[in-house]
Design a protein around this ligand. Structure first.
Ligand code: NAP
Length: 262
């Protein structure tokens, strides 16, 4: 079983492995090594049950992941309390294309919509879903301050940003709780964000820990090596890995467990 730990600077306890849900809701404009079929309800429920049995309590979703939020709301049923849910705001995926809106009005609208879709009255973490223009988004719209207000109103428990730059990651951590950062065997450029988080008691979640699956295409024991890299940095609270294959899910938990035991 995976041991849960508090995300630095928050009261939120999560497992070191999170379950990414892009593939539960979206199959267009994704960068995976091969095509896939979105799991039906029976398959998705089985994956969620297996994840929970293996000790995973963190779910990562977003309005931009197609039907992911809505499906989770339906599929979790009365089990919502068993999970810590991370969702996002700012990116919309419509008619096969992304568009971005970080205005305060859109943020409030989007979070109310996520609450409805997820069938809940609070979301554990909400992150700005960056287009890549991290610093501008933070400076221009005051959106991290809007998330702070939503925290005070009790609609969300923690705030942050899924970033794509070092400057943006650090700026987000100066003004919120958590940064979600890319860090894998192929890409480690954003490591200074992890270092900043470590020195300032802030939370780090890792996205694309397997380089969207590309890291698994070569090398000996790539999942183990990927997890060894990710968890060698003490700032990391969890790696969010997306899988719709139960065997991969089991393997990922096993490798995280092995790495954390060593
Ligand atoms: P990832 O977790 O690095 O890789 C997922 C891919 O790896 C899937 O295609 C999966 O295929 C494959 N995989 C998983 N475990 C495997 C294993 N043991 N062996 C072989 N292949 C394996 O990348 P990601 O899906 O891009 O990102 C993960 C999650 O992070 C997403 O679901 C999402 O929640 C979040 N994310 C956030 C952002 C953002 O901007 N905030 C961006 C990207 C992703 P199978 O399904 O076949 O296992």
């Amino acid at each position: 079983m995976l041991e849960q730990k508090k995300i630095a600077g928050t009261d939120i306890n999560i497992s070191p492995l999170g379950f990414g849900t892009v593939k539960l809701g979206r199959d267009q404009q994704v960068k995976y090594p091969s095509g896939f079929k979105i799991p039906d309800d029976r398959e998705a429920i089985a994956l969620l049950q297996l994840a929970r049995e293996l000790g995973i309590n963190l779910l990562d979703t977003a309005p931009a992941y197609g039907s992911s939020e809505e499906r989770l709301g339906k599929l979790l049923g009365n089990k919502r309390q068993d999970w810590v849910i991370c969702s996002k705001v700012g990116e919309e995926f419509e008619n096969g294309q992304s568009r971005f809106d970080f205005t305060p009005e859109h943020i409030r609208f989007s979070i109310q919509r996520s609450l409805k879709r997820l069938n809940t009255d609070y979301i554990d973490m909400v992150l700005l879903h960056s287009s890549g223009d991290d610093v501008n988004i933070i400076q221009q719209y005051g959106c991290l301050e809007v998330l702070e207000d939503l925290k005070k109103e009790g609609l969300i428990k923690a705030s942050g940003m899924s970033t794509k730059t070092i400057e943006g990651g650090i700026m987000a951590l100066e003004r919120s709780d958590i940064a979600m950062v890319t860090y894998n065997l192929n890409e480690q450029a954003e490591r200074p964000v992890l270092d900043y988080a470590q020195s300032n008691n802030k939370g780090i979640l890792i996205k694309k820990a397997l380089a969207s699956g590309h890291a698994c295409l070569e090398g000996k024991d790539p999942v183990y090596e990927s997890m060894k890299l990710v968890f060698s940095h003490p700032a990391v609270s969890a790696a969010i890995i997306g899988t719709i294959n139960p065997q991969h899910l089991k393997q990922n938990v096993e490798k995280v467990y092995q790495v954390l035991q060593n």
